[in-house]
Design a protein around this ligand. Sequence first.
Ligand code: ADP
Ligand code: MG
Length: 582
Amino acid sequence: MGVGHSSLSSCSVDSLCITAFTAQPKTSSFSNSNRQKPLFPTKKHSPFAVLKIGTLNCARVAGEMDIGKGIAAAGKPIVDLHDIDDGLIQKIVYDALVWSSLHGLVVGDRNDQRSGKLPGVGMVHAPIALLPTSFPESHWKEACELAPIFNELIDRVSLDGKFLQDSLARTKKVDAFTSRLLDIHSKILEMSKREEIRLGLHRSDYMLDEKTKLLLQIEFNTISSSFAGLGCLVTDLHRTLLNDYGEDLGLDSKRIPGNTATGQFAEALAKAWTEYNNPRAVAMIVVQTEERNMYDQHWLCTLGITYNVRTIRKTLAEIDSEGQLLPDGTFLVYVSSDYCIEGGQAVAVVYFRAGYAPTDYPSESEWRARLLMEQSSAIKCPSISYHLAGTKKIQQELAKPNVLEKFLESKEDIAKLRKCFAGLWSLVDSDITKKAIEKPELFVMKPQREGGVENRVFGSTSGNNIYGDDVKETLLRLQKEGSEEDAAYILMQRIFPAVSPTFLIRDSICHKDHAISELGVYSAYLRNKESVIMNDQCGYLMRTKVSSSNEGGVAAGFAVLDRHSAWQIMVLVILKHREELF
Ligand code: ADP
Ligand code: MG
């Protein structure tokens, strides 16, 4: 199994075809200005040149999988996008768009105001990369193998309330949102309440650093890990396209790894529901008031059909007004329909697709709802402890020497995790702060926020992270002010993945651009007391964004690295950042 990374290379010796979303920033060359342009420059080459080279490499793929061999490893492009006939691409694009419409690979269309509120109106195909991107199989396997180790680590960290509170103590003073989360956590600690049944539906994101060839973790998402549903569909789409056109393109659909994220997440939710052991209870998805990514979420609700588990969707505000905590810990929610008031339904599992951003809590009502659920016996995915364990500050604390050792016994596991840690520092480290001021392009500054890109779906202009000269300016300002606001941030080594040309489709327009990719590996963890019921890697998401995107983590001038990586494998691409894509 493998996930794809960069762009349009055909099968190489060590590569797999992976499906992914692609994201383009609003400012990118993927804009309207390109709509009237032809798909490619006027230069037209015979597609047969592509076919010939691609076929050669696919033949090699069938043979061996070692990294570092073959044409791709020599750093030469296998398929030159300029060489692909426009007519062929247009045919593939047409098929891709029809397939997306037929199979629910859709998101809410931001041009229709009702699209984020009502299902069935204002839909548009998800922004996607037309073809797979390559990714080294060895790194794909590495990422998959890390999944159960991270699952176990997060579970153990979540049980260490003191570690969570102490690590975030300075942040609490300056970050109101983290402070509120910690307050809920404190209340739960005071109750001496232990979650016996613990469910995690995670996604660990990685980039492959081009220079060092290291697979480095961007972050570990413990709340609202999105795109499992649509990501699986992109895999199916790309496989279908390669079945039809693979020979023309020199790409082999068999190189696309299977993607079972939707099914496994649904299975994990259903198993958690079973552990709760109340056949009349429902699973509740906590949603934002407006959600253009609702179809991705609804794919997981296949739960209802496959496992006969009733699923309801509620906003935090609705939960506050319709929820009730019974003395025995049962969480009831009042479910009404147009025809009748059904009365209180016990909730077995609460699955959060909201609640990770300050904007999800516009009033005290939402905070009340969060606390109420946390105090209940319902299985929270994530619990407040899992949520906090996934913060960027905890990621940085875990990367400190001798911290992993507190939570894990296996030296081998610890070494595997450490290998994927990028440089992570607190701003208390004056040497690093000095270095970051001198060379800000080598760092990313991160506040304790999640889903920066998701926020931008709704019109916000930027993500949460700070890049380039802004890093320098912010650090200098913090130094000058001498405030404790520095505790709101961490510093992270900037990762520079290979840049590759990619076909991106958005609003039915296909455009070629230089892109970088980020691999997300889903995982599920379910435990009831001492019994670990599930600890699995669950499929993947490959997100691609144009390399001129700053929030995507592309440094100024990075676009000059316009060459194929020596490590490319075939991968498929999905739009990376929702705001950019939707
Ligand atoms: P969020 O919780 O907002 O998703 P992330 O840590 O995932 O925050 O950062 C958002 C995006 O910024 C990532 O998807 C990635 O594209 C980019 N990014 C984050 N950290 C780095 C890094 N160290 N190097 C390069 N790009 C990064
Ligand atoms: Mg992220």
